[in-house]
Design a protein around this ligand. Structure first.
Ligand SMILES: Nc1ncnc2c1ncn2[C@@H]1O[C@H](COP(=O)(O)OP(=O)(O)OP(=O)(O)O)[C@@H](O)[C@H]1O
Ligand SMILES: [Mg+2]
Length: 448
């Protein structure tokens, strides 16, 4: 695979130089070191895909390098290059987790085959790590929409995908930011490498840092072994930072440093590691305003919003409402039982403002499919909330005075909480605000 990072560690300097030359011609990026000691030093600074490791070296032997690599870079693949005399040791190395070994002299072509297989193995490992990581839940599907507004954004996203710049996705909750992040990754030159997602609002600070940048053994009580961070796993691919507006002021400088230099440190680590990722951030906040209020660093914002895509709310693309409704009916129905929307149900949907955007529409359809009887979904099956309409008449109170905004907000939040059985997560989503904001409002208005 082109651009893979390879480290050769062998005390035979001539061989190192020759091998490097040939591997570079094959399209690999190659570093060479002449002792195990320097191999470990390099591994501290950089993540390699493959290490070609000689066993007999002067100061530090190959086996020790293997132990170090397995502990600190579990996905780096080690290929042992060995003389006839140490085949036993080579086999021990396989038991310890080396990918394969070759006995000298070997054919160059044979080495390339082994390297390619090792790289595939590494990709598989990474993919498994990502699949098993609960942070990633991507099931990409097409972006449905025919309105000009959404077509324009898709066009921009396609062009943005081809560049390698960082991208900021703005938009209310449920507008499809995550879907767009997947779309951009799939349409970029990085699509053979992973898309790794982390939600900055879902975890406490320390956990975000250790998920993002990894940690070294002993960094905290539970750190029995070292762990790679998501930025390392995403190497060559895309890192999607969802709800980036929630990232704390403590972590913002660390992310900034990574965006500026591609450098980071694992928690408890002292080495500066590097990784090459494109960052896509998503937020339903206005980060310019956050920057004014000093809750989001301006320098970080400017690193992120090289390209900004604003995903329009569903109420501004009513042309897509019925199309999306059809799409969700198809998606969520059993194969041979596809229902239709009655004319009246269509009109109800078109009149509704969807504060929770496309996600809300998907939920409405899912529920309607369960409660509707017969072939057609009726308006009542949609069970559209009337909270929004209820508030519109409250501009003036009984004595003709304008009602303060706070009061409207209080009532609206209370009704939204009731409608969601006081599930804070769902309520915050439906209201299009962060959970943290919802908590502070509940406290402010003393809601119970
Ligand atoms: N244009 C679209 N076509 C098809 N499905 C869509 C579209 N937009 C959004 N969806 C679907 O709606 C749901 C919500 O979208 P998504 O999670 O991407 O929104 P979001 O902007 O990230 O929301 P939040 O800010 O709450 O995280 C997902 O299931 C997504 O697949
Ligand atoms: Mg999202």
């Amino acid at each position: 695979m082109k651009n893979s990072q390879i480290l050769i560690a062998d005390d035979d300097q001539t061989l190192c130089y020759l091998l490097k030359e040939e591997l570079v011609l094959e399209g690999y990026n190659v570093d060479i070191v002449f002792d195990g000691k320097f191999a470990i030093e390099n591994l501290k600074k950089k993540s390699y895909d493959v290490v070609l490791l000689d066993l007999e070296m002067t100061e530090i032997m190959g086996e020790e390098v293997l132990d170090y690599a397995k502990e600190h870079h579990p996905t780096t693949q080690i290929i042992v290059l060995t003389g006839k005399s140490d085949v036993r040791t080579a086999i021990d190395c396989i038991k310890k987790g080396a990918y394969d070994f070759l006995t000298k002299p070997y054919e160059f072509g044979q080495l390339v085959v082994v390297i390619e297989r090792a790289l595939e193995h590494k990709d598989l490992l990474l993919r498994n790590t990502i699949l098993s990581s609960k942070l990633n839940k991507s099931v990409p599907h097409a972006i449905v929409g025919e309105s000009k507004t959404i077509r324009d954004v898709i066009g921009l996203a396609e062009r943005a995908a081809k560049s390698d710049s960082n991208i900021l996705l703005e938009g209310e909750t449920g507008t499809g930011k995550e879907l767009f992040a997947e779309f951009i990754h799939q349409n970029s030159n990085r699509n053979k490498k992973p898309l790794v997602t982390i939600n900055c609002a879902s975890l406490p600070d320390q956990l975000i840092e250790s998920e993002l940048f990894g940690y070294e053994k002993g960094a905290f009580t539970d750190a029995k072994t070292s762990k790679q961070g998501l930025v390392e796993i995403a190497d060559g691919g895309t890192l999607f930072l969802d709800e980036i507006g929630e990232l704390s002021l403590t972590l913002q400088p660390k992310l900034l440093r990574f965006l500026e230099k591609g450098e980071f440190r694992r928690v408890g680590g002292i080495a500066n590691l590097t990784s090459d990722v494109r960052v896509i951030g998503a937020t339903n906040k206005n980060l310019m305003v956050e920057a004014e209020n000093k809750t989001f660093r301006r320098d970080l914002l400017f690193r992120l919003n090289v390209i900004t895509l604003t995903i329009p709310p569903l109420r501004e693309r009513s042309k897509d409402v019925l199309l999306l409704a059809e799409f969700f009916i198809q998606q969520k129905s059993p194969v041979r039982n596809i229902k239709r929307l009655s004319k009246e149900a269509e009109i109800s949907l078109l009149n509704y403002s969807f504060p929770g955007n496309v996600r809300e529409l998907a939920h409405i359809i899912e529920r309607a499919l369960i409660f509707s009887e017969g072939e057609e979904i009726q308006s009542k099956d949609l069970n559209l909330p009337i909270i929004a309409a209820g508030n519109q008449d409250r501009t003036f109170d009984e004595s003709g005075e304008v009602v303060p905004l706070d009061e409207i907000e209080k009532v609206h939040i209370k009704k939204a909480l009731d409608a969601n059985d006081w599930n804070r997560e769902n309520t915050a989503k439906a209201l299009g605000i962060a959970q943290k904001t919802l908590y502070s409002k509940i406290k402010k208005y003393n809601l119970k």
